[in-house]
Design a protein around this ligand. Sequence first.
Ligand code: ASP
Ligand code: MG
Length: 441
Amino acid sequence: MALDKVLKFGGAALADGPGVERCAQLVLRYGGERPVVVVSAHHGVTDLLDTIARSAADGILEGDRVRIRHRTILRQLGLDPELLDRHFTELFSLLAGIKTRGRIEPRERDLVLSFGERMSARVVAQTLRKLGALATPVDAFDLGLLSDSNHGAARPLPESRARVRRAIGEVPGIPVVTGFLAQDRNGNLTTLGRNGSDLTAALMAEAIGAGELQLWKAVGGIMTADPKIEPEARVVENLGFAEAAEFAFHGAQVLYGAALAPAQRANVTVRLLDVNDPEAAGTILATTTRGGGLVGIAVRRRVVRIALEIAVPEERAERTVELFQAFARHGLEPGPIASAAEQLSVYVSETAAISALLSDFGARARSTSELALVALIGRGNGFDDGLAARALALCAAEAIEVVDAFVGTRATSQVLVVAATDAERTVRALHAGLFRQVALR
Ligand code: ASP
Ligand code: MG
């Protein structure tokens, strides 16, 4: 029986026993004849593993917290309490080694983090078996998912596709595959970046030539705004890959941006669905979209502006190269870029790497923190005339200072820079003022 659908379940959807049970039911109901399932770690487990890895390096062994968490889930599901004992033993000895050495290498950190998905795959597969389905837990690295050795943010290698396609066909029943994890050519486990399970799911879909990729989340679909900020926000039912990428770039959490490329390459229909409301349409991603105009608002908080002084105009090109080489060196991803006569400014999400970058430039570079980027995302590149002007007027009416703006009628997004403390107010003002007149198709 051909594998045709990939169903991925996020950590929040798998948060506890009842959550796991619900996801297993969804597999049986929406997975067709023989789906591939991809899972994240149970909610909060990746963070917990990260914490205990650090504690181990500081001389404290806290592995029991992970055991208690998973034993609780096993008990809630009525599964064998010893199902994960082999994993606990392996994890504990790894932590003991870290404690002895008193420090943790990136390679070891990935190994510690891998336990989250390795264990949730066992739990989900066993739950499916209890419901009468033949399911087999599989570690993605055993399927041949290869990546580079960039621990913590590894990139999958193209030859994985053929290897995975071959191996997954051999798995009995429904393969339940670990998200987030791969292996480098030296056999070390790697992780694909936080929230990387969406990427694993897209790679699986590409490898098997799936017709459909279902990303099941606790919050389904891409919304016109973050519903925690704007209660009136609603699901965007149809979205092009380009707009989805723009949403992800501007900080929308529902979708891991890197997952879009393999999905688009494979020409698979991607559906973002809600585990708590499975019959709701959710968001469907398609290669082409109809119509134009505004689709939603994304917000990126904790943004820093880095400004590099350009004292001599003839040095502009050199200084620009220098700055972006430093970005690459420090693993920083540049956001919007603005160039003025005497300085070049780049907006970037706040991370620890920024201070390292700044120290490379000494007094020539300055930073301004506590900013936020509020992005209006458009379909196609069709914003109607005057949208940016209306957005700016709405901010002015609320006395919100727009520190900087990247706008234009042919852009795929209109980006306003505001103080971080104004971010939520800005989202609400723009949503109220711009979405009331907009009919979503
Ligand atoms: N468990 C990983 C994380 O929390 C990967 C994922 O959830 O997609 O980031
Ligand atoms: Mg997650």
